[in-house]
Design a protein around this ligand. Structure first.
Ligand SMILES: [Zn+2]
Length: 129
């Protein structure tokens, strides 16, 4: 196909030229990739599904946030908590968990105490306020 001046017009259909295969099978996904799993799913080595309860609060750019929270509270407890509270409360809850977890990891004595309070069921009292 040529234009008025006889030049070849290349129609771009949005597909890459040649035989390039999609690189989705590559092991390490870039953290800036929009389909990258959230930090929680990456940490737990599971598939990050659409609507993943962790993904809005644990972006792949911040893997230590989830690692800390998981170390102190456990992923299943965090997901249970997120499912129990209203969506507008989740961000605050996650941020306070991350804050608590970081503080506990810096202070092992407090870590023991927070585990104790957690298992006494007192830690999540804030959600009833
Ligand atoms: Zn996820």
């Amino acid at each position: 196909m040529t234009d008025y001046y006889g030049r070849t017009v290349v129609r771009y259909d949005g597909r890459p030229k040649g035989n390039k295969r999609p690189s989705s099978h590559k092991h390490m996904a870039s953290s800036t990739h929009p389909n990258a799993p959230c930090a929680a799913c990456k940490f737990l080595r599971r598939k990050c599904i659409q609507g993943c309860v962790f993904s809005p609060y644990f972006p792949p750019e911040d893997p230590t946030k989830f690692a800390n929270v998981h170390k102190i509270f456990g992923a299943s407890n965090v997901s249970k908590l997120l499912n129990e509270i209203a969506p507008h409360q989740r961000e605050d809850a996650v941020n306070s968990l991350a804050y608590e977890a970081e503080a506990r990891l810096k202070d092992p004595v407090m870590a023991v105490l927070v585990q104790f309070l957690y298992f006494k069921g007192k830690f999540f009292d804030f959600k009833r306020n």
